[in-house]
Design a protein around this ligand. Structure first.
Ligand code: SF4
Length: 321
């Protein structure tokens, strides 16, 4: 049987950004503008390729914009300086910043304006973290692990506002908060839980699936933090084989060709995907697996599958195990 984990695939914020980009492309057909996906709209090569085919271009800096642009800001958000510059240059844009990320911007901006210090639990250099830092004058302390936390200088502000990258792991964040509190017992720490519920809602069913199948495939961009986190979370169940995440259906096919024995040995197959992967891509991989196993049937008759073999979510009996 082939099972696709419940709740997996593209989140509301990512879907919204793709829709906004598609609307911008439709508008651009009328206006003659060039749609610019500022930096990478989302970490998914398939979606990015499709938008490029429709005429969108990618650009990493305002100085590199083409003539007559219509800029789409990604769900990860941008810095305050970016918006100021866009306004100054009178550049039209569509803003796909996810409301969960915008909340982080508002919190850090307010804290900074009040003279408080800001700590962001998140990956240094991650676009969302860089964007958020840009709303508090790039003065935030970015803390990723025990080492960066131990290296924090003495913070003299009256209050410390702590937020986290929306895709940060719950357990790691909880541990960091505890460490911070014991490292600075006298500091007034205001903790805002800015973890997005979408990746969390994905984790439970995916891990459950990992415990009920022989091999779990994770489909999603390698640069996608939540996809990496999801795979690690499933792998930690120490049950199913969890190969490295695969970005595209083509990569999945390559995996099947290179790891035929492992795939043939399995009887129960699972799929999951991060918040930037369209469910259609996961379904495509599942169908590919069906065809691949069927092409293999002469050697392994028991592997015969039909399109009905692909189901969404675990059957109730397995899920309750
Ligand atoms: S994972 Fe959450 S915060 Fe990030 S884009 Fe999706 S809905 Fe928004």
């Amino acid at each position: 049987m082939i099972v696709i984990a419940e709740n997996c695939g593209m989140c509301v914020g990512a879907k919204n950004s793709v829709e906004l980009a598609e609307q911008a492309l439709a508008e651009a057909e009328q206006s003659g503008r060039t749609v610019v996906l500022f930096k990478e709209l989302l970490h998914n090569p398939t979606v990015m390729g499709r938008l490029r085919e429709r005429g969108a271009v990618c650009c990493d800096s305002l100085d590199g914009l083409p003539d007559n642009p219509l800029v789409v800001v990604r769900a990860h958000g941008e810095t305050k300086a970016f918006y100021e510059e866009m306004k100054k240059r009178n550049i039209p844009f569509r803003d796909a910043t996810c409301p969960n990320v915008r909340r982080v911007h508002e919190l850090v901006e307010k804290a900074h304006a009040a003279g408080n210090a800001v700590i962001i639990f998140g990956q240094p250099g991650h676009p969302e973290v860089e964007g958020s830092n840009g709303w508090c004058g790039n003065q935030a302390f970015i803390v990723n692990d025990a080492k960066t936390l131990a290296a924090l200088p003495a913070i003299r502000a009256e209050e410390i506002c702590v937020v986290c990258q929306t895709t940060a792991g719950r357990n790691r964040t909880g541990e960091l908060l505890e460490m911070l509190r014991s490292r600075m017992p006298d500091a007034r720490i205001t903790w805002h839980n800015t973890i997005c519920p979408a990746p969390i809602a994905m984790q439970g069913p995916s891990r459950q699936l990992a415990m009920n199948c022989d091999i779990l495939f994770t489909i999603g961009g390698r640069k996608s933090a939540n996809t990496t986190e999801l795979r690690e979370y499933c792998k930690a169940a120490n049950a199913a084989e969890c190969p490295e995440q695969m970005e595209t259906c083509r990569e999945f096919h390559e995996y099947l060709e290179k790891n035929g024995d492992t795939v043939r040995r399995a009887k129960r197959y699972g799929f999951t995907a991060g918040a930037s992967t369209p469910l259609s891509e996961v379904r495509k991989c599942a169908s590919l697996l069906v065809s691949w196993l069927n092409a293999d049937q002469e050697r392994v008759p028991a592997s015969r599958m039909t399109a009905d073999s692909v189901v969404a979510g675990l059957p109730a009996a397995s899920a309750s195990q």
